[in-house]
Design a protein around this ligand. Sequence first.
Ligand code: ZN
Ligand code: ZN
Length: 248
Amino acid sequence: MNSIISYLLLYNQFLISTIRQLIMFIVKTIPLNDFKDNHFSPKYQKFTVDALPIIKKPEKLNYKILLSEYQSKNGKELKPVKSRGGKSVPSDAICPRCGALHNYLYDNNGGRGQLLCKICNFRFDKDKENFSSNTLICPYCGCALLKKKSRKFFNIHKCVNMKCPFYLDSLKKLSPEELEEFKNNKYRFKLHYIYRELTIDFFKVDLSSMPKGSFSLIFRKFPHHVMGLCLTYHVNLGLSTRATTRAL
Ligand SMILES: [Zn+2]
Ligand SMILES: [Zn+2]
Protein backbone atom coordinates (compact mmCIF):
# COMPACT_ATOMS: atom_id res chain seq x y z
CA MET A 1 0.00 0.00 0.00
CA ASN A 2 2.76 2.41 1.04
CA SER A 3 4.67 1.71 -2.14
CA ILE A 4 1.61 2.55 -4.27
CA ILE A 5 1.17 5.88 -2.49
CA SER A 6 4.82 6.83 -2.90
CA TYR A 7 4.68 5.76 -6.56
CA LEU A 8 1.58 7.94 -7.11
CA LEU A 9 3.25 10.88 -5.37
CA LEU A 10 6.26 10.53 -7.64
CA TYR A 11 4.04 10.25 -10.69
CA ASN A 12 2.16 13.32 -9.52
CA GLN A 13 5.41 15.29 -9.29
CA PHE A 14 6.33 14.15 -12.78
CA LEU A 15 2.94 15.42 -14.08
CA ILE A 16 3.36 18.77 -12.29
CA SER A 17 6.80 19.29 -13.83
CA THR A 18 5.45 18.36 -17.28
CA ILE A 19 2.63 20.90 -16.90
CA ARG A 20 5.17 23.52 -15.86
CA GLN A 21 7.25 22.80 -18.96
CA LEU A 22 4.17 23.04 -21.18
CA ILE A 23 3.20 26.38 -19.63
CA MET A 24 6.73 27.68 -20.21
CA PHE A 25 6.48 26.49 -23.82
CA ILE A 26 3.18 28.35 -24.32
CA VAL A 27 4.47 31.53 -22.71
CA LYS A 28 7.66 31.52 -24.79
CA THR A 29 6.32 30.51 -28.19
CA ILE A 30 2.74 31.78 -28.41
CA PRO A 31 2.74 35.58 -28.19
CA LEU A 32 -0.32 36.40 -26.15
CA ASN A 33 -0.32 40.05 -27.22
CA ASP A 34 -0.70 39.19 -30.89
CA PHE A 35 -3.57 36.93 -30.13
CA LYS A 36 -5.24 39.73 -28.22
CA ASP A 37 -4.74 42.19 -31.07
CA ASN A 38 -6.13 39.81 -33.65
CA HIS A 39 -9.08 39.11 -31.49
CA PHE A 40 -9.92 42.80 -31.39
CA SER A 41 -9.06 43.52 -35.00
CA PRO A 42 -11.43 46.16 -36.43
CA LYS A 43 -12.46 43.49 -38.90
CA TYR A 44 -14.45 41.92 -36.08
CA GLN A 45 -15.45 45.21 -34.50
CA LYS A 46 -19.03 44.74 -35.66
CA PHE A 47 -19.31 41.82 -33.25
CA THR A 48 -17.97 43.59 -30.20
CA VAL A 49 -20.03 45.48 -27.69
CA ASP A 50 -19.07 49.12 -27.32
CA ALA A 51 -19.08 51.08 -24.13
CA LEU A 52 -22.23 53.06 -23.45
CA PRO A 53 -22.21 56.76 -24.29
CA ILE A 54 -22.31 59.40 -21.60
CA ILE A 55 -25.68 61.07 -21.38
CA LYS A 56 -25.44 64.77 -20.74
CA LYS A 57 -28.32 67.07 -19.98
CA PRO A 58 -27.53 70.49 -21.44
CA GLU A 59 -27.96 73.27 -18.98
CA LYS A 60 -31.29 75.07 -19.35
CA LEU A 61 -30.78 78.72 -20.22
CA ASN A 62 -32.99 81.79 -20.31
CA TYR A 63 -32.92 83.79 -23.53
CA LYS A 64 -33.88 87.03 -21.77
CA ILE A 65 -30.83 86.80 -19.49
CA LEU A 66 -28.60 85.84 -22.43
CA LEU A 67 -29.85 88.81 -24.46
CA SER A 68 -29.18 91.30 -21.67
CA GLU A 69 -25.75 89.74 -21.07
CA TYR A 70 -25.01 90.18 -24.78
CA GLN A 71 -26.06 93.80 -24.63
CA SER A 72 -23.92 94.69 -21.60
CA LYS A 73 -20.92 92.89 -23.12
CA ASN A 74 -21.13 94.27 -26.65
CA GLY A 75 -22.84 97.58 -26.05
CA LYS A 76 -25.61 96.76 -28.55
CA GLU A 77 -28.49 94.37 -28.67
CA LEU A 78 -28.45 91.04 -30.50
CA LYS A 79 -30.59 91.48 -33.60
CA PRO A 80 -33.17 88.87 -34.62
CA VAL A 81 -32.44 86.66 -37.63
CA LYS A 82 -33.15 88.14 -41.06
CA SER A 83 -35.08 85.57 -43.06
CA ARG A 84 -33.05 84.39 -46.03
CA GLY A 85 -34.44 83.38 -49.41
CA GLY A 86 -38.03 83.88 -48.36
CA LYS A 87 -38.01 80.76 -46.18
CA SER A 88 -38.76 81.62 -42.60
CA VAL A 89 -38.76 79.49 -39.49
CA PRO A 90 -42.30 78.46 -38.39
CA SER A 91 -43.71 80.92 -35.88
CA ASP A 92 -44.40 78.22 -33.29
CA ALA A 93 -40.77 77.12 -33.10
CA ILE A 94 -39.01 77.74 -29.79
CA CYS A 95 -35.45 76.93 -28.76
CA PRO A 96 -35.73 74.05 -26.28
CA ARG A 97 -32.59 75.12 -24.49
CA CYS A 98 -33.07 78.83 -23.84
CA GLY A 99 -36.69 79.45 -24.90
CA ALA A 100 -35.81 81.89 -27.71
CA LEU A 101 -38.69 82.61 -30.10
CA HIS A 102 -38.75 81.86 -33.82
CA ASN A 103 -37.30 85.24 -34.82
CA TYR A 104 -33.99 84.22 -33.23
CA LEU A 105 -33.83 80.83 -34.95
CA TYR A 106 -31.98 80.01 -38.16
CA ASP A 107 -33.09 77.38 -40.62
CA ASN A 108 -29.96 75.27 -40.42
CA ASN A 109 -30.42 72.81 -43.28
CA GLY A 110 -32.55 74.36 -45.99
CA GLY A 111 -36.04 73.67 -44.68
CA ARG A 112 -35.43 70.06 -43.63
CA GLY A 113 -36.27 70.74 -40.01
CA GLN A 114 -33.02 71.46 -38.25
CA LEU A 115 -32.92 74.84 -36.53
CA LEU A 116 -30.10 76.76 -34.93
CA CYS A 117 -30.61 79.20 -32.09
CA LYS A 118 -28.80 82.49 -32.61
CA ILE A 119 -28.83 83.24 -28.90
CA CYS A 120 -27.43 80.02 -27.39
CA ASN A 121 -26.07 78.25 -30.51
CA PHE A 122 -28.17 75.14 -29.84
CA ARG A 123 -29.03 72.93 -32.83
CA PHE A 124 -32.28 71.00 -32.71
CA ASP A 125 -34.87 69.23 -34.79
CA LYS A 126 -38.21 70.96 -34.89
CA ASP A 127 -40.26 67.97 -36.01
CA LYS A 128 -38.69 65.45 -33.71
CA GLU A 129 -41.71 64.36 -31.72
CA ASN A 130 -40.07 62.95 -28.61
CA PHE A 131 -37.60 65.76 -28.27
CA SER A 132 -35.24 65.12 -25.45
CA SER A 133 -32.69 67.68 -24.54
CA ASN A 134 -30.21 64.94 -23.63
CA THR A 135 -27.00 64.87 -25.61
CA LEU A 136 -25.10 61.63 -26.15
CA ILE A 137 -21.38 62.02 -25.58
CA CYS A 138 -18.63 59.73 -26.90
CA PRO A 139 -17.10 57.94 -23.88
CA TYR A 140 -13.65 58.03 -25.53
CA CYS A 141 -13.22 61.66 -26.59
CA GLY A 142 -16.07 63.61 -25.00
CA CYS A 143 -17.49 64.93 -28.30
CA ALA A 144 -21.23 64.95 -28.92
CA LEU A 145 -22.39 62.01 -31.06
CA LEU A 146 -24.04 62.73 -34.39
CA LYS A 147 -27.27 60.97 -35.29
CA LYS A 148 -26.36 59.29 -38.57
CA LYS A 149 -29.22 56.94 -39.38
CA SER A 150 -32.77 56.28 -38.27
CA ARG A 151 -33.87 52.68 -38.63
CA LYS A 152 -37.29 51.29 -37.83
CA PHE A 153 -36.39 50.20 -34.31
CA PHE A 154 -33.22 52.10 -33.54
CA ASN A 155 -31.14 55.20 -34.27
CA ILE A 156 -27.43 55.14 -34.95
CA HIS A 157 -25.30 57.77 -33.26
CA LYS A 158 -21.71 58.10 -34.38
CA CYS A 159 -18.62 59.88 -33.09
CA VAL A 160 -17.27 61.65 -36.16
CA ASN A 161 -14.29 63.23 -34.42
CA MET A 162 -11.28 62.24 -36.54
CA LYS A 163 -9.01 62.64 -33.51
CA CYS A 164 -11.12 60.38 -31.27
CA PRO A 165 -8.82 57.84 -29.49
CA PHE A 166 -11.28 55.04 -30.37
CA TYR A 167 -10.98 55.82 -34.10
CA LEU A 168 -7.20 56.33 -34.03
CA ASP A 169 -6.79 53.10 -32.09
CA SER A 170 -8.97 51.17 -34.57
CA LEU A 171 -6.93 52.60 -37.46
CA LYS A 172 -3.68 51.52 -35.80
CA LYS A 173 -4.92 47.95 -35.45
CA LEU A 174 -5.50 47.56 -39.19
CA SER A 175 -2.96 45.51 -41.10
CA PRO A 176 -1.53 47.15 -44.28
CA GLU A 177 -3.91 45.05 -46.44
CA GLU A 178 -6.88 45.95 -44.28
CA LEU A 179 -5.91 49.62 -44.46
CA GLU A 180 -5.90 49.38 -48.26
CA GLU A 181 -9.32 47.72 -48.21
CA PHE A 182 -10.57 50.36 -45.80
CA LYS A 183 -9.58 53.15 -48.20
CA ASN A 184 -11.66 51.56 -50.96
CA ASN A 185 -14.60 50.25 -48.98
CA LYS A 186 -15.04 52.42 -45.90
CA TYR A 187 -18.53 51.13 -45.20
CA ARG A 188 -17.21 47.62 -44.53
CA PHE A 189 -15.33 48.74 -41.47
CA LYS A 190 -16.60 50.03 -38.23
CA LEU A 191 -13.78 52.16 -36.94
CA HIS A 192 -15.67 55.01 -35.33
CA TYR A 193 -17.45 54.75 -32.02
CA ILE A 194 -21.11 53.97 -32.64
CA TYR A 195 -24.09 53.78 -30.33
CA ARG A 196 -27.37 52.16 -31.28
CA GLU A 197 -30.26 53.78 -29.47
CA LEU A 198 -33.21 51.41 -29.39
CA THR A 199 -36.46 53.24 -29.92
CA ILE A 200 -38.66 50.28 -29.10
CA ASP A 201 -39.58 48.91 -25.70
CA PHE A 202 -39.50 45.14 -26.22
CA PHE A 203 -41.64 44.60 -23.19
CA LYS A 204 -44.41 46.86 -24.46
CA VAL A 205 -44.65 45.76 -28.08
CA ASP A 206 -48.00 46.25 -29.75
CA LEU A 207 -48.60 42.70 -30.94
CA SER A 208 -51.22 43.67 -33.51
CA SER A 209 -48.55 45.56 -35.47
CA MET A 210 -46.17 42.57 -35.47
CA PRO A 211 -46.10 39.60 -37.86
CA LYS A 212 -48.52 36.74 -37.11
CA GLY A 213 -47.31 34.37 -34.40
CA SER A 214 -45.36 37.01 -32.47
CA PHE A 215 -45.73 36.98 -28.74
CA SER A 216 -45.02 39.37 -25.94
CA LEU A 217 -42.00 39.11 -23.67
CA ILE A 218 -44.16 39.66 -20.62
CA PHE A 219 -44.71 36.34 -18.84
CA ARG A 220 -47.10 35.80 -16.01
CA LYS A 221 -45.82 32.34 -15.06
CA PHE A 222 -42.07 32.59 -15.63
CA PRO A 223 -39.42 35.18 -14.85
CA HIS A 224 -37.59 36.84 -17.77
CA HIS A 225 -34.43 34.83 -17.25
CA VAL A 226 -36.29 31.67 -18.34
CA MET A 227 -36.80 33.35 -21.71
CA GLY A 228 -33.10 34.22 -21.70
CA LEU A 229 -32.25 30.55 -21.11
CA CYS A 230 -34.57 29.44 -23.94
CA LEU A 231 -32.88 31.83 -26.36
CA THR A 232 -29.38 30.81 -25.21
CA TYR A 233 -30.15 27.11 -25.70
CA HIS A 234 -31.98 27.54 -28.97
CA VAL A 235 -30.00 30.34 -30.66
CA ASN A 236 -26.50 30.33 -29.14
CA LEU A 237 -26.15 26.57 -28.62
CA GLY A 238 -28.25 25.66 -31.64
CA LEU A 239 -30.38 23.09 -29.80
CA SER A 240 -33.62 22.03 -31.44
CA THR A 241 -36.84 23.24 -29.83
CA ARG A 242 -37.39 19.69 -28.48
CA ALA A 243 -33.89 19.54 -26.96
CA THR A 244 -34.44 23.02 -25.50
CA THR A 245 -37.64 21.84 -23.83
CA ARG A 246 -35.83 18.84 -22.38
CA ALA A 247 -32.93 20.98 -21.17
CA LEU A 248 -35.34 23.25 -19.34
ZN1 ZN B 1 -31.44 78.92 -27.65
ZN1 ZN C 1 -15.13 59.84 -29.89
